[in-house]
Design a protein around this ligand. Structure first.
Ligand SMILES: NC(=O)c1ccc[n+]([C@@H]2O[C@H](COP(=O)([O-])OP(=O)(O)OC[C@H]3O[C@@H](n4cnc5c(N)ncnc54)[C@H](OP(=O)(O)O)[C@@H]3O)[C@@H](O)[C@H]2O)c1
Length: 223
């Protein structure tokens, strides 16, 4: 597969499993972390990128490094995210600040740095969450996290309106996945490898741009 994919947050969890899946299919993967990533370094087609989404200088430097090393990228998968207030009842200032700076501002501004570097028929996938669906909201917990994903969904829709032809944009719910994301994820229904396979199948399909898709149940989610 002669494709170059940038995945944010490949040091663990879903992003790492997704990187491994794309790498094993022969794609070139640019994978980001705030740390040095030694576990994927043995793949000759893996390019390690230092990126802290909450830090403006880091975002600009990371985007520059991508542009210096790759003529273009075929897909941007905005996977990196945090959920420090998952299952907390009321929001704190620090949870709101941190969550919004990574899941929302950082993700938007990093995408804006790179959008002109994505090939004409390329794709942008925002790893969102069903917890960001306004229609499905029946609980009052995880305020910062839910709000960050709802707003990320809006950005997904804005992008799909802005680019109209060419790029395909989607928000994806990966399912409830066993990762170290939050303490409750220990009970997740899917392994990271299973979720990665489902995300892979979706992103390789010719999905309708501007869609919010649940890869666990294979159906569209109402915003
Ligand atoms: N697990 C689930 O059940 C579930 C359900 C719905 C949606 N999601 C979404 O799926 C995505 C991945 O979740 P996961 O469960 O795989 O989480 P995870 O295992 O905690 O991995 C999160 C990734 O995000 C990166 N990251 C954290 N802070 C960052 C920052 N400031 N700048 C850049 N990267 C940062 C981490 O890299 P470093 O710490 O190495 O920088 C790590 O690679 C998230 O967007 C999450 O909201 C997960």
């Amino acid at each position: 597969m002669k494709t170059t994919i940038l995945i944010t947050g490949t040091s663990r969890g879903i992003g790492k499993a997704l990187a491994v899946h794309f790498l094993s299919q022969g794609a070139t993967v640019i994978g980001s972390s705030r740390k040095t990533q030694s576990e994927l370094a043995h793949y000759p087609n893996f390019f390690s990128l230092k990126l802290d989404l909450s830090n403006p200088e880091s975002r600009v430097n990371a985007a520059l490094r991508v542009k210096e090393n790759f003529d273009s990228i075929d897909m941007l998968i905005n996977n990196a995210g945090i959920g420090p207030d998952i299952d907390h009842c009321s929001p704190s200032e620090s949870h709101l600040e941190n969550t919004l700076s990574v899941n929302l501002m950082g993700t938007i501004l990093f995408t804006e740095e790179l959008i002109d570097h994505i090939t004409l028929r390329g794709k942008i996938i925002n790893i969102s969450s069903k917890m960001g669906s306004i229609t499905f909201c029946e609980k009052s917990d995880s305020v910062a996290y839910r709000v960050s994903k709802t707003a990320l969904n809006m950005y997904t829709q804005i992008l799909s309106v802005r680019v109209k032809k060419g790029l395909a944009i989607a928000a994806v719910h990966p399912g409830w996945v066993k990762t170290s994301f939050a303490p409750s994820n220990i009970n997740g229904r899917l392994t990271a490898t299973e979720a990665a396979q489902k995300i892979y199948d979706f992103v390789r399909s010719s999905f309708k741009s501007g869609i919010f898709w649940d890869v666990e149940t294979n159906q569209e989610i109402p915003w």
